[in-house]
Every structure is written in structure tokens, then in C-alpha cells.
Design a protein around this ligand. Structure first.
Ligand SMILES: Cc1cc2nc3c(=O)[nH]c(=O)nc-3n(C[C@H](O)[C@H](O)[C@H](O)COP(=O)(O)O)c2cc1C
Length: 179
């Protein structure tokens, strides 16, 4: 399988990246091809709603780094999103990517049938704090006709390294078994 992984944390030594690394290592060990994009380190703005998707030969007429990711979403058998919770919601760093999935819909691309994975963490101990990420991502999958392969949702991690006090990385590695 070709798996495209897209992260949304700006912390290279943070909890999301640690889980992402664990997932990717396990996925590669299973023989999957993995392509990774760290959206926080890329230049990716929001959707302009110009409705000209794919009309200029590229996914988005506003040519930023989303156009680097788009072909690897189109090509992928599976897409895994990994992000922390920011203010009970999806971080701005990755929201531009998610909003611009719209380009595949407007552009009439057939992207149904992919698998999707979600890796998420937050500071508070209450798992429902991640609803602001989990629910929109599940609805996104439903709209795009993607099957959710699995979700790793880890509450109670704040500082870099806190993930190592949990089974988050082990669960992220186990997520690779679902693809
Ligand atoms: C701007 C910002 C907003 C945050 N908002 C929340 C929040 O609403 N709820 C929560 O539980 N944690 C919140 N956090 C904490 C992060 O989710 C937590 O530190 C997480 O482990 C960060 O993941 P990372 O190390 O991968 O960046 C916030 C952190 C930042 C920087």
C-alpha cells in the first residue's frame, strides 16, 4: 500500500511526531510505501473558494505547498492525519490541507475507497477534548467515501516527551497493522 502521512504539529520533538515516527516505522516494516508531509513546516494557506480546482493543471490555482501534497493524496491507498488538539479543534497548521481536500471534490477526482487513519493527542485528561478533531475527520472520511482504518487518540500529554509515559507510540505502531 502507498500511505501518505500528513502531520500538523510544529514540534519536531513533540508527541505527534513521536507517534507518527512509530507508525511510519511499523508501516515500512510491513512493506508499505510511506510518504510524509509535515504541514507545519510547509507554506499552506486556506481555501480561496475560487472553484477553479484542477483547471490550471494543478490541484489548487493558488500555488503553494498544498500542490506538492495533492498528487500524493490522489495516488495514495491510505492517508493518515496526525495532529495535536489546538483549542479543542484542528490546528491551523494542517487545516489548510484539510480544507483544500475540497479541490478533489470540485475537480471531480474519484478518490473514494481510500483508507484513513487518525493520530491525535491533547493535554487534558478527557478523551472527548479530541472530539473537535475526531468528529470532523470522521465526517470528512464519510464524505470522501474513505474507510477509517483506525484512530489513536491520546489524552494527558502536554510537554514534549510526555507521550513516552503513555502507550501512544505502541498504539500508533499497532495502527500500521490495520492497513
Ligand atoms: C496553541 C495550543 C492550543 C492548545 N489547545 C489545547 C486544547 O484545547 N486542549 C488540550 O487538551 N490541549 C491543548 N493544547 C496542548 C497540546 O494539544 C499538547 O501539548 C500536545 O501534546 C501537543 O502535541 P505535540 O507535542 O505533538 O505538538 C494546546 C497547545 C497549543 C500550543
Amino acid at each position: 500500500m502507498k500511505i501518505t502521512v500528513i502531520t500538523g504539529s510544529p514540534r519536531k520533538n513533540g508527541n505527534t511526531f513521536a507517534m507518527t515516527d512509530a507508525f511510519i516505522e511499523a508501516a515500512k516494516a510491513k512493506g508499505h510505501e510511506v510518504v510524509r508531509y509535515d504541514a507545519a513546516m510547509m507554506k499552506i494557506g486556506g481555501c480561496h473558494a475560487c472553484m477553479t480546482c484542477f483547471k490550471t493543471g494543478k490541484a489548487c490555482s493558488f500555488d503553494d505547498d498544498f500542490n506538492r501534497i495533492a498528487p500524493d493524496i490522489l495516488d495514495a491507498d491510505a492517508v493518515v492525519f496526525a495532529m495535536p488538539v489546538y483549542w479543542y479543534s484542528i490546528p491551523a497548521q494542517i487545516k489548510g490541507v484539510i480544507d483544500r481536500l475540497f479541490s478533489f471534490v470540485v475537480g471531480g477526482k474519484d478518490i473514494a475507497g481510500k483508507k484513513m487513519g487518525l493520530i491525535c493527542c491533547c493535554e487534558e485528561d478527557d478523551t472527548t477534548v479530541m472530539d473537535g478533531v475526531k468528529i470532523p475527520m470522521e465526517r470528512t472520511a464519510a464524505l470522501l467515501k474513505w474507510d477509517i482504518a483506525g484512530e489513536v487518540l491520546v489524552p494527558g500529554v502536554f510537554e514534549e516527551g510526555d507521550i513516552n509515559k503513555t502507550d501512544g507510540c505502541a498504539m500508533a505502531a499497532a495502527l500500521a497493522d490495520k492497513f
